[in-house]
Design a protein around this ligand. Structure first.
Ligand code: GRF
Length: 189
C-alpha cells in the first residue's frame, strides 16, 4: 500500500475529500499523516476524527527543515499533497522527493498564481479582471510558488454578480474532484 502525506494550513476540505476518497476506495492508499503549519486549524480536527496522525510544524521555526525531514522519514510518503498549504517546501525535500509533491491551486495557472495569490485574493483578482472563466489546477511542486508542471485543470464559469465567496465555493467544489482524481491516477498507476 502506498503512503500519502497531506500538508494543510486551513480548513482542510481538500484533505477531507482525500480522506473520503481513501475510505470509499477511489484512492487505494494509506494516509500516513497530516503536516499542519499551525495548531488549531480545521484540518487537524479532520485528521483526529479520521484517526490520522497530525504533526504541527510551524514553517517559521528554526527547526522547520529538520522536523519535517524527521517526520517524513517516519511516514515514508510515496506522494505528498499540498492541500491549502501556505508555505514553501525546503529545497532538500523537493530534491529528495522530486516529482512526488503536488499542489492544488484555485485558478487556471499560470493565471493568478505565484506569491500573494492565495485564498480569496485569487478570486478577487479574477472578478476584477472581468474574466468569464476561472478554475483550478493540480501541479507538481517546484521551488517557485505555483510554477511546476501542470497535471490537470478544471474550468469553472464566472457568473455575473459573483462575489469572491461565490467563486471560491464553486471552485472549491471542483478542487475536491480534480485533486482526488489526480491522486487516484498517480497512486493507481
Ligand atoms: C483551496 O482553495 C486551495 O486551492 C487553496 O486553499 C484552499 C484550501 O481549502 N490552496 P481547504 O483548506 O482545502 O478547504
Amino acid at each position: 500500500m502506498k503512503n500519502i502525506v497531506v500538508f494543510a494550513s486551513g480548513t482542510g476540505t481538500n484533505f477531507q475529500a482525500i480522506i473520503d476518497s481513501v475510505s470509499s476506495g477511489k484512492i487505494k492508499a494509506n494516509i500516513s499523516g497530516l503536516i499542519a503549519s499551525k495548531p488549531g486549524i480545521g484540518a487537524i480536527k479532520r485528521a483526529e476524527k479520521a484517526g490520522i496522525p497530525a504533526s504541527v510544524i510551524p514553517p517559521a521555526s528554526d527547526s522547520f527543515k529538520s522536523q519535517l525531514e524527521d517526520q517524513l522519514h517516519e511516514w515514508q510518503p510515496d506522494l505528498m499533497v499540498l492541500a491549502g498549504y501556505l508555505a514553501k517546501i525546503p529545497k532538500n525535500i523537493l530534491e529528495k522527493h522530486a516529482g512526488k509533491i503536488i499542489n492544488i491551486h484555485p485558478s487556471l495557472l499560470p493565471k493568478y498564481g505565484g506569491a500573494g495569490f492565495y485564498g480569496s485574493r485569487v478570486h478577487e483578482a479574477v472578478i476584477r479582471s472581468g474574466d468569464s472563466e476561472t478554475g483550478c489546477t493540480v501541479h507538481v511542486v517546484t521551488e517557485e510558488y505555483d510554477q511546476g508542471p501542470v497535471l490537470a485543470q478544471k474550468k469553472v464559469p464566472v457568473k455575473p454578480g459573483d462575489t469572491p465567496a461565490d467563486l471560491a465555493s464553486r471552485v472549491l467544489n471542483e478542487e475536491h474532484k480534480l485533486l482526488t482524481e489526480v491522486i487516484s491516477q498517480i497512486i493507481n498507476n
